[in-house]
Design a protein around this ligand. Structure first.
Ligand code: GDR
Length: 343
């Protein structure tokens, strides 16, 4: 359908999503599909290995080629799709990697936002219905926190190249909104997880290892800092908040968070408890290679603005999130190994 204006086709709203192959892209695509949207997902590169998986899991998504490092490709993609709403979820999203690939992170997670805004500005959309834009901002922008809990007004002090790139992305969205009157909003999302989380992130690394240890497939899990604290929610709840932001008459910035914080150690303890293992410390080894040059010690968000203005509420709490992820990984790993799922 790419290349044919939605306005000629039907009144189905159209969304354009970058980062479609990531955790949030998948949840958002499902959510928007359920709301009656036609969903376009941008994929980059030649023979991208993730494309096949997305086509199998989300057959309703129409894939379009484009790259956050290449403005002309973004303009072409947007011209072809004529979206009503654009969700920029694409990024180098792994904080640890951003220390070793700082320039790439700045280019994709920072300048990529500028390129998307330019493409939206150039393509524009209908006069009476200009394109609305969502930017995936991050609690990593707060870094070494200046106040607790963190709100939309808390000053930023990023602690990684990723955090710095996200601050640029956030600020340039505000600037384009103020300069050109664009309907551009940012969601300052605290950590949000689930069974679709990549294995490199600590929640999934832990729940997957716990499942494999329970099944006798692995002896230990090797981690970095166990003391940092995060405000963890469920990704499925957070994508609804993204959509709600774009349904408002006025654009704005919103924190999405649960308002609770837990240490990595608590996460580990709870995940092992889910499979009946109390002596969790016997299975955990720490290795300095997983420590970061600068750490974000404590994050806890205040989502009052999202609750009151958007009517947004997270539905899955921390214990339910860990339970869901451990149960998923037990099923997955047992199936891969041809073992029964322990009762
Ligand atoms: P984060 O997520 O950096 O908060 O960013 P991550 O899960 O990677 O780290 C959380 C905390 O766990 C500590 N940690 C480890 N982390 C990883 N990945 N692997 C380990 O072995 C390990 N051991 C301890 C980390 O030091 C850190 O303190 C996530 C990403 O999704 C960002 O893209 C997003 O913007 C923010 O959340 C909100």
């Amino acid at each position: 359908m790419a290349g044919v204006s939605r306005r000629l086709l039907c009144l189905m709203p159209t969304a354009f999503v970058t980062g479609i192959t990531g955790q949030d892209g998948q949840h958002l695509a499902e959510f928007l599909h359920g709301q009656g949207y036609h969903v376009f997902g941008m994929v980059k590169g030649q023979n991208n290995p993730r494309v096949e998986r997305i086509q199998a899991e989300l057959p309703f998504v129409e894939l379009v080629s484009g790259d956050l490092a290449d403005l002309p490709s973004l303009v072409s993609a947007m011209e072809a799709c004529q979206p009503d709403e654009v969700y920029n979820l694409g990024a180098i999203s792994f904080v640890a990697l951003s220390f070793s690939q700082a320039e790439l992170t700045a280019n994709i997670s920072g300048l990529g936002v500028l390129r998307m805004l330019e493409a939206v500005r150039m393509v524009g959309g209908a006069k009476d219905n200009p394109i609305r834009f969502y930017q995936a901002s991050s609690s990593e922008m707060f870094g070494q926190v200046r106040e607790t809990p963190q709100t939309e007004l808390t000053p930023f002090h990023p602690r990684s190249p990723y955090g710095c790139a996200k601050v640029f992305g956030h600020d340039i969205v505000v600037n384009y909104r103020e300069s050109y009157g664009m309907h551009a909003s940012s969601g300052i999302l605290f950590n949000h997880e689930g069974p679709r989380r990549g294995i490199e992130f600590v929640t999934r690394k832990v729940t997957n290892a716990v499942a494999r240890i329970k099944l006798g497939l692995q002896d230990e899990v090797v981690l970095g800092n166990l003391d940092s604290k995060r405000d963890w929610g469920y990704a499925g709840d957070y994508v609804k908040g993204m959509w709600l932001m774009l349904q408002q008459d006025q654009p704005g910035d919103y924190v999405l968070a649960t308002g609770e914080t837990h240490s990595i150690e608590e996460l580990v303890q709870r995940a092992f408890a889910e499979v009946g293992i109390d002596n969790w410390a016997d299975y955990v080894r720490q290795d300095p290679k997983f420590l970061r040059p600068a750490e974000v010690d404590l994050l806890i968000g205040d989502a009052t603005k999202a609750r009151t203005k958007l009517g947004w509420e997270p539905e899955v709490d921390f214990p339910a999130l860990v339970k869901m992820m451990v149960a998923h990984d037990l099923q997955l790993e047992a199936a891969k190994a041809g073992l029964p799922v322990p009762g």
